[in-house]
Write a protein that binds this ligand. Structure first.
Ligand code: HEM
Length: 243
């Protein structure tokens, strides 16, 4: 009987690629959770087009979902916990995968052969950092501190979600931050959805590859345009405090 002798390097390499696949699967799963969240959040934001009462009713409803089975804001806290866990997993896997890719290439390329791939991975890295910084600012602005960027307004305004929204996007630089962040989000989602499809084995033939590219493009476009619509229409004076 022939004995198979496995080189330690090969065994290590096989284990490494197995855990790389596991990390990519975790990134894809946490990414899908984010996509579901941003789709729902974007849909909710669009209530701003229906006016003050519709938006505030929606914001209040978020706090009562699942009652009386869940306590007040119970659903929101479950969602926050899931999002936080997903964020930790997504960022940690990204860092480990990036370090592995760098370690596998100890000498920097002399000639850049895959300029497109290098650009995409750089965009993912910097896009991810930008989105993270954006989310921190966003939470401070609308949830944790409820920063009133219009101190000339009545102090009670900031406790009214619709008025806080309109006050914020009546400030040009706040709108600009959101436009840039949503462009980054769109680019990140475009490449991220495509990568997730690859990880999940949905790009094995030409037809499925084309479909995955189309899904990535359409979802990224819907989410970024859907989000950016509210700030733009407020800044343009179409959605106002009296809407
Ligand atoms: C134009 C884009 C966006 C607008 C106008 C917007 C608006 C808002 C508002 C008004 C709230 C407070 C809701 C409330 O407390 O009733 C909120 C919460 C939040 N937003 Fe956004 N958002 C935008 C984009 C995003 C994006 C792209 C993300 C994530 C990538 C995000 C993540 C969150 C999170 C995590 C919360 C906190 C939910 C909670 O814990 O209560 N938002 N957003």
């Amino acid at each position: 009987m022939a004995t198979q002798i496995q080189s330690p390097t090969l065994v290590k390499g096989a284990r490494g690629s197995q855990s790389t696949i596991a990390l990519k699967l975790l990134m894809a799963t946490s990414g899908i959770i984010f996509i579901l969240f941003v789709l729902a959040h974007m849909y909710g934001n669009l209530k701003a087009f229906a006016g003050h009462d519709a938006y505030d009713t929606y914001a209040a409803h978020l706090r009562t979902i699942g009652e009386p089975m869940l306590p007040h804001e119970g659903f929101l806290w479950v969602m926050r916990a899931v999002l936080l866990l997903s964020l930790v997993v997504h960022v940690a896997c990204a860092v480990v995968l990036w370090r592995r890719a760098r370690a596998a290439r100890p000498v920097r390329y002399q000639v850049k052969k895959h300029v497109g791939a290098t650009f995409a991975s750089r965009l993912m890295r910097w896009g991810g950092v930008t989105i993270l910084l954006f989310v921190i600012w966003h939470l401070l602005e609308f949830t944790i501190v409820k920063i009133n960027v219009r101190p000339d307004q009545l102090p009670t305004d900031r406790h009214d979600p619709f008025l806080l929204l309109v006050d914020s996007f009546n400030v040009w630089w706040i709108t600009l931050i959101y436009v840039v962040a949503m462009a980054m989000l769109g680019a990140h989602l475009h490449h991220g959805i495509w990568s997730a499809c690859q990880t999940l084995g949905w790009t094995l033939n030409t037809r499925s590859r084309r479909l995955a590219r189309q899904i990535a493009f359409v979802l990224a476009l819907i989410i970024s345009v859907g989000f950016v619509a509210v700030p733009i229409f407020i800044a343009a004076g179409v959605i106002t405090k009296t809407s």
